[in-house]
Write a protein that binds this ligand. Structure first.
Ligand SMILES: *[C@@H]1O[C@H](CO)[C@@H](O)[C@H](O)[C@H]1NC(C)=O
Ligand SMILES: *[C@@H]1O[C@H](CO)[C@@H](O)[C@H](O)[C@H]1NC(C)=O
Ligand SMILES: *[C@@H]1O[C@H](CO)[C@@H](O)[C@H](O)[C@H]1NC(C)=O
Ligand SMILES: *[C@@H]1O[C@H](CO)[C@@H](O)[C@H](O)[C@H]1NC(C)=O
Ligand SMILES: [Zn+2]
Length: 302
């Protein structure tokens, strides 16, 4: 927390209002865990071209030494502050129960969902190259929000059913401890993978993910993952991928009160890892587009 001091100047004000506020939201709804968001951002930052890398360094506050992943959970930390209360609905999408599909006009009212947020902050960042004066938006915040929400949209249970809040109200056991279905996908699967296969070392897991997309099981798929001509249709596709995985692998066979263990873990872990890889690779793709020197952008200037 101390390292975030620079970014948290508004803490006392926002925090006091937050304490006084009766407005409370299910605390569990946070998106990929810290580990998931950090890996997404580390993957992305390693894939940046020089112009994008320089822009990211320039936008990050000095205390993180150019390390984007150090601030990729920032949007989860501030979402309950009074000043940022409007960002709370931007971490997820509620889709109609059992429909297993996403329709922007139906499920993202007034753009207030993770798909709308990605379009919004991509569009804001596309103005970065215009120069330092006359900026309507805080580009540092836009970068942090985009980087975080690219993680969230790839977490399948963040595009879940409305009535169970993306699995948050489905209480169950993960091996021997209490959890819920949303949290299983946010964090439990990642932590179990780290403990079982990677000596609890995120760096080793990350190296394995990187190996798998550079020269492994996903290397032939990366080009199609990155393919994006028009950001609006891309976000729709990414949200659809998530709800489809949520239906087929997240919710499938799961009921409140169950215990999930090896069988669920073994079959779902590959999806979690693939979604983290896709989120990182696609975040890099967007940042390379908006900060790159190419004239052709995929986002209509607004
Ligand atoms: C942009 O937002 C960051 C994080 O909230 C803040 O620290 C910074 O002062 C803001 N910059 C401007 C120019 O308002
Ligand atoms: C960047 O930050 C992440 C998350 O805080 C950390 O795991 C990683 O080691 C940092 N990398 C560097 C080069 O400092
Ligand atoms: C877009 O960002 C601006 C602030 O930068 C905010 O006021 C607006 O509500 C955002 N809209 C969405 C859909 O994220
Ligand atoms: C990487 O691919 C191997 C199969 O070649 C698989 O066993 C491993 O679980 C994958 N790692 C991750 C993190 O997806
Ligand atoms: Zn989130």
């Amino acid at each position: 927390m101390a390292r975030l001091k620079g970014l948290m100047l508004s803490l006392p004000f926002g925090f006091v209002l937050f304490l006084c506020s009766t407005f409370s939201i299910v605390p569990g709804v946070i998106g990929w865990s810290k580990e998931g968001h950090e890996m997404t951002c580390l993957i992305a930052q390693a894939l940046l071209k020089p112009e994008a890398s320089e822009a990211v360094h320039h936008l990050l506050p000095p205390h993180v030494n150019g390390n984007l992943s150090a601030l990729c959970v920032w949007p989860d930390q501030i979402r309950h502050w009074y000043k940022y209360r409007w960002t709370s609905p931007l971490h997820f999408i509620d889709t109609p129960d059992e429909k297993c599909g996403f329709q922007y006009s139906r499920d993202c009212l007034e753009d207030m969902c993770v798909a709308g947020a990605i379009k919004n902050f991509t569009s804001q960042l596309s103005h970065y190259k215009e120069g330092t004066s006359d900026r309507r938006y805080n580009m540092t915040e836009a970068l942090l929000f985009l980087s975080h929400f690219m993680g969230d949209i790839h977490q399948p249970m963040h595009v879940g059913f409305t009535s169970d809040k993306g699995g948050n109200t489905i209480d169950l056991r993960w091996y021997r401890h209490k959890s819920n279905l949303h949290h299983v996908w946010d964090r439990e699967i990642i932590l179990t993978a780290l403990a079982d296969y990677y000596d609890k070392d995120v760096t080793l897991l990350l190296q394995d993910i990187e190996k798998n997309y550079t020269n492994g099981i996903w290397s032939d798929d990366v080009a199609s993952w990155e393919h994006c001509k028009d950001i609006s249709s891309c976000v729709n596709n990414w949200a659809k991928e998530s709800i489809q995985i949520a239906c087929k692998w997240g919710y499938e066979g799961v009921k409140s009160g169950m215990t999930l263990s090896e069988k669920y873990f073994d079959s779902r872990m590959p999806y979690v890892m693939k979604r983290i890889a896709q989120g990182g690779i696609r975040l890099a793709m967007i940042l390379n587009q908006v900060f790159g020197d190419s004239e052709e952008g995929f986002v209509a200037a607004t």
